[in-house]
Design a protein around this ligand. Structure first.
Ligand code: ATP
Ligand code: MG
Length: 391
């Protein structure tokens, strides 16, 4: 029996004329995710994608692990393919499959049939009924339960016939690259990687920008951010990370601005730089890991003052999440262990004891006047930005 994987996708099937674009992107992303672990033929077939191993040189669990990290997939079904539409042969293959898979287990089952080939002489209902009766006759360990079966056995009649009884859930979302690009402000914390992951899940390609304050933040702090980029790249493909030297600007803010406003002014400058880099990279939005009220710089008043500095939309997918909800996702996507490594970040070093929680834009603009040559400093930081391709 020929084993392969039938990939089900959800939302993208609804996209009308754009459907082919979405399917092609999903197909490319699937290929990218498994190309290093075996040799596969990947094809489209009437609302499904098929992944067919060309030989036995692959680890089934590894293939499934990779596919469960590709956005746009809602289910992965290990299937057997029957190359004839002859109904007797289909029944024989079905029996063979069921005997191999469920040997002597006592189980209730139901057969579900679907045919996209409408000229086939049997209707879906006929196929399901006859196949169910056939299995009952040949496998005494099975009984039918049409309401709450322990297993559902699917027969899909397309150009070939596919039989399966297991649907491994995928992540859903949309294929990365089908919804433009955004620039993620990636710190070493728990929140921003999760924020980036959530936007990428909607099909958005992402790049990262990290503000590094050497020597106040160590190489290990930077390595940690690179590692987070690598963890995201499992979902997004290669991850481009822009490392911006931030020390000079941070020192200037520290020396010239009221300490209660350090964080908010720093955040505004980060946003400006991130926006400029985003424009160059043809990204149309920024992403941060902010959540309302989590810290002083994330009150509504602070978010308003931060927004005022740039015109690009800022996506904050975690805005309504509690910390524990964010932690749960970071564990699920495997960034948590890296995020909690103890290396300092620039915000923890240059932080005020009593930061303002309700900053007013006019006061902040007033304080920023003290940063006379900030525009040159920003240009210099961008010019000296290091670009890494993490994979
Ligand atoms: P995180 O866990 O993502 O670090 P946080 O709760 O620690 O978030 P802040 O430190 O206030 O929050 O930062 C808010 C957001 O600003 C971060 O989620 C991130 O998007 C961005 N940010 C903060 N510091 C940096 C940095 N050094 N480089 C890039 N982005 C940063
Ligand atoms: Mg942080």
């Amino acid at each position: 029996m020929n084993k392969l994987y039938l990939i089900k996708y959800g939302e993208i099937a609804l996209k009308g004329k754009n459907r082919y674009m979405f399917e092609d992107a999903l197909l490319r992303n699937i290929r990218r995710s498994i190309q290093k672990i075996g040799s596969f033929k990947i094809t489209k077939e009437q609302g499904r994608i098929l992944v067919e191993p060309k030989d036995g040189q692959y680890d089934e669990q590894e293939v499934i692990d990779k596919l469960t990290k590709v956005f746009g997939i809602i289910g992965i079904c290990p299937v057997i393919k029957v190359d004839t539409l002859d109904f007797e042969s289909i029944l024989e293959c079905l029996l063979n499959y069921m005997q191999e898979t469920y040997e002597d287990q006592t189980l209730t089952f139901k057969v579900e049939a679907r045919r996209s080939n409408k000229s086939y002489p049997l209707t879906s209902l006929d196929i399901a009924r006859q196949a169910g009766a056939y299995l009952l006759n040949h496998m005494p360990n099975l009984t039918v339960d049409v309401h709450k079966p322990q297993i559902r056995v699917w027969i899909e009649l397309r150009n070939s016939v596919y039989i399966y009884s297991e649907i491994i859930p995928g992540l859903g979302g949309m294929p990365v690259g089908t919804n433009g690009k955004a620039m993620l402000l990636l710190s070493g914390g728990i929140d921003s990687p999760v924020a980036g992951w959530m936007i990428a899940k909607r099909g958005v390609a992402i790049e990262g920008v990290y503000f590094h304050s050497h020597p106040y933040t160590s190489d290990r702090a930077k390595e940690k951010v690179v590692e987070l980029g690598r963890k995201l790249s499992v979902y997004t493909g290669n991850f481009k990370l822009h490392v911006v030297p931030f020390t000079e600007i941070q020192m200037a803010i520290y020396e010239k601005c009221p300490h209660a406003q350090l964080t908010i002014i720093m955040r505004r400058i980060m946003m400006q730089i991130a926006e400029k880099i985003a424009l160059k990279q043809e990204a149309n939005a920024l992403i941060t890991g902010e959540s309302i009220g989590q810290v002083a710089s994330q009150t509504i008043e602070s978010l308003v003052v931060t927004n005022a500095v740039c015109s690009m939309p800022i996506f904050r997918p975690l805005v309504g999440f509690d910390k524990q909800e964010i932690v749960d996702i970071s564990e699920k996507i495997d960034t948590y262990e890296t995020s909690i490594l103890p290396y300092e970040d620039c915000c923890t070093i240059f932080v005020a004891k009593h930061p303002q929680t309700k900053p007013k834009l006019e006061n902040i603009l007033q304080s920023e006047q003290a940063l006379e040559n900030i525009d040159q400093m920003i240009e210099k930081a961008i010019a000296n930005t290091e670009v890494l391709l993490v994979k």
